[in-house]
Ligand binder design. Structure first.
Ligand code: WTA
Length: 630
């Protein structure tokens, strides 16, 4: 862990129009926060009562460090709160979901239609023998069926494990076998920049050594040349759905039953299966979607994340639907077919709340203001950011060019593990560019030293969270030791693994990871996973991977590779290694640069000192190298 360091901070801020605070759900931030601190259980109880419980909880929370249970003995089903509740309360014909494809196709579901589809898929899964507690892997492109499949699992109490469609066969295999998935739901192809990219062969490869898998459900999108279905194990998505009934009562779930597992990169080679539960996760995502995005009945809400990541789980699917919001999604990348595509969508659908990532904002900055300027963006009310630090330049651009100096920017800090937003600047409050903000009401976050003592403003330290919150992960699937580590690293705090600094007003600026994770374009990549992918190539003896700052992506991956005897460095070999990582882990984990080297800096105990590689790469002082082996 790093020692204390000081950071020079700017004092510039923006004040939003007072109407934002007057009309918001949260009202005055400080008042809401004080109310939470006075009685945290009463605070969360009030939130939870806004949702439907089949039978009430006996206790709001039970905290036996480091294990928490929330809404103890309460029974509910998140899909009842996301769907049935709205259908019964007058929103049945409200648009729940608008999907736009690359070729301009639109698909629209009202709440009634979405509920019907979810029940049909749920019944389909039942006919395949899926029962409460079984794991189902969803490996799909960003289509309505991906969201419907997630909800269908939740409907019957099956635990979904969504794997981002850009992962390769080895990454997919480790996630399927890790969760021991019984069924995999997938698609034949994903469409990307006008091309169709086959997915099904990746599944076929990924399940070769995955004995738990009994069935593969395939959504066939290619109509002209439909992919072949191998009847022994595979079934067409709509054949399954059409054969199933349209009524499916929601399974009665205990608040602490698992809702899903989502794998995230760890600092060792194997990804961590983060486990979230039905009750606490539901309450946490409902509350934050309501207060941070201030969702009202007329809002049109667009989060650009793929449901394959936590942002999609919490803020495309569960949070917004539990609020009865209208959500917009698209399968297109931000700059396809041209850099004006996203802004045309904002105008076309009248988007009022936009939630995207710094890497996209920086890409748009580079492409120029002429693109957003072609569209009328006056419907926008609130802008959000997530995934990595929103640097001051990107904040200013987002605020001025997209928000027209009018829309509050909520830079939301949180993690797969936290399930919900933890630190941000609530709308209505002063915004300091570069600073995510303060703990939201409901959360106690701070910047502390390694002993857990809060540090002074301007001094760097570790971002940490005190006390449990409803949507915290409950464990790491089949690896509880790894769960406990989060709570045992800094005494009395949950250590998040990020470095941060506070200003005098208590606003937190997140500086980046303090461990071996690299955040590339908002996606966490473990150095260890990339290194082992490289080493699995026959020409590679050893590899070390670092993150290198990049103007658009935040970081890129740079790899240092030692070749085995008998292999020579060449551009051809470089490309071969890149391809190898691509098919093993997927395009998101591909290094941008590879250097062939003769040695790697190591400690005397043989650990690679990535810090030294990074300092050298960036022309910086490597710091303490007393443990470096000569
Ligand atoms: C980083 C994504 C700065 C951070 C929701 C965190 C951020 C990791 C921000 C979690 C932000 C996320 N400012 N850094 N607003 N949001 N991060 O699990 O390093 O994919 O620990 O969850 O992303 O990434 P994850």
């Amino acid at each position: 862990m790093a020692d204390d360091f000081s950071v020079k901070l700017t004092e510039k801020y923006y004040t939003p129009d007072p109407s934002y605070r007057q009309n918001s759900w949260i009202g005055d931030y400080q008042e809401a926060y004080d109310e939470f601190r006075k009685d945290p259980e009463a605070f969360w109880d009030r939130v939870a009562r806004e949702l439907h419980w089949f039978s009430p909880y006996a206790k709001v929370r039970e905290w036996k460090y480091p294990y928490a249970r929330w809404f103890v003995d309460g029974k509910t089903n998140i899909t009842f709160n996301c769907l049935d509740r709205h259908v019964q309360n007058g929103l049945r014909n409200k648009v729940a979901l608008i999907w736009k494809g690359e070729d301009d196709t639109e698909r629209i579901y009202t709440y009634r239609q979405l509920l019907r589809e979810v029940m049909r898929v749920a019944n389909g899964l039942k006919t395949l023998g899926v029962e409460k507690g079984d794991r189902v892997c969803i490996y799909m492109p960003m289509v309505p069926e991906q969201i419907i499949s997630m909800l269908a699992c939740a409907r019957i109490g099956a635990v979904h494990s969504v794997v981002f469609g850009g992962f390769g066969a080895a990454a997919l295999n480790s996630r399927i076998t890790g969760a021991e998935a019984k069924v995999v739901i997938t698609a034949d192809v994903t469409f990307r920049r006008g091309k169709s990219i086959p997915l099904k062969h990746i599944i076929e490869e990924a399940i070769i050594n995955a004995p738990s898998v009994e069935h593969v459900v395939v959504l066939r999108r290619e109509k002209t040349q439909p992919v072949e279905i191998h009847k022994e194990m595979e079934i067409d998505f709509y054949d399954l759905v059409h054969a199933a009934g349209t009524e499916c009562e929601p399974e009665v779930m205990d608040a602490e039953d698992p809702l899903f597992i989502l794998y995230t990169s760890g600092s060792t080679g194997t990804p961590k299966g983060i486990v979230h539960t039905c009750g606490g996760y539901m309450v946490g995502t409902y509350y934050t979607t309501k207060t941070v995005f201030d969702i009202k009945d007329n809002d049109v809400y667009w989060c650009t994340a793929d449901p394959g990541w936590i942002t999609g789980h919490s803020y495309v699917v569960y949070g917004p639907l539990s609020l009865g919001a209208t959500i917009v999604i698209t399968e297109s990348p931000p700059d396809y077919p041209d850099p004006g595509a996203y802004w045309r969508m904002v105008e076309e659908f009248g988007v009022t709340i936009l939630y995207t990532a710094p890497t996209a904002i920086r890409m748009f900055m580079k492409l120029g203001e002429q693109w957003p300027d072609k569209s009328n963006l006056s419907s926008l009310r609130i802008l959000g950011s997530v995934g990595e630090p929103l640097n001051p330049e990107a904040f200013e651009w987002y605020y001025r060019v997209i928000g027209k100096n009018r829309c509050p920017v909520v830079d939301t800090w949180w993690q797969t593990e936290t399930g919900m937003h933890m630190v941000t600047t609530m709308i209505g409050e002063r915004m300091y560019p570069g600073f995510a903000g303060k703990s939201i009401p409901g959360v106690v976050a701070d910047v502390v030293d390694k002993n857990g003592t809060p540090v002074a403003p301007g001094t760097g330290g570790f971002l940490a969270i005190r006390d449990p919150w409803p949507s915290m992960m409950r464990t790491v699937y089949k690896d509880d030791e790894r769960y406990r580590k989060y709570w045992n690293t800094i005494p009395n705090w949950y250590a998040v693994g990020d470095l941060a600094v506070k200003n005098k007003e208590g606003y937190i600026m997140v500086l980046g990871r303090s461990d071996d994770l690299i955040v590339v374009a908002g996606h966490n990549i473990g150095t260890a996973e990339v290194e082992s992918a490289l080493v699995s190539h026959k020409a590679v003896a050893e590899a070390a991977v670092i993150g290198k700052p990049d103007e658009v992506k935040g970081n890129i991956i740079k790899a240092f590779v030692i070749l085995r005897v008998g292999h020579t460095a060449s551009d051809k070999l470089k490309n071969e290694l890149l391809y190898h990582v691509r098919i093993t882990l997927g395009p998101i984990a591909m290094p941008a640069e590879i250097d062939f080297v003769a040695t790697l800096p190591k400690t005397r105990s043989g650990k690679i000192m990535r810090r030294v590689l990074k300092a050298k790469e960036m022309g910086m002082d490597p710091g303490d190298i007393s443990t470096l082996d000569d």
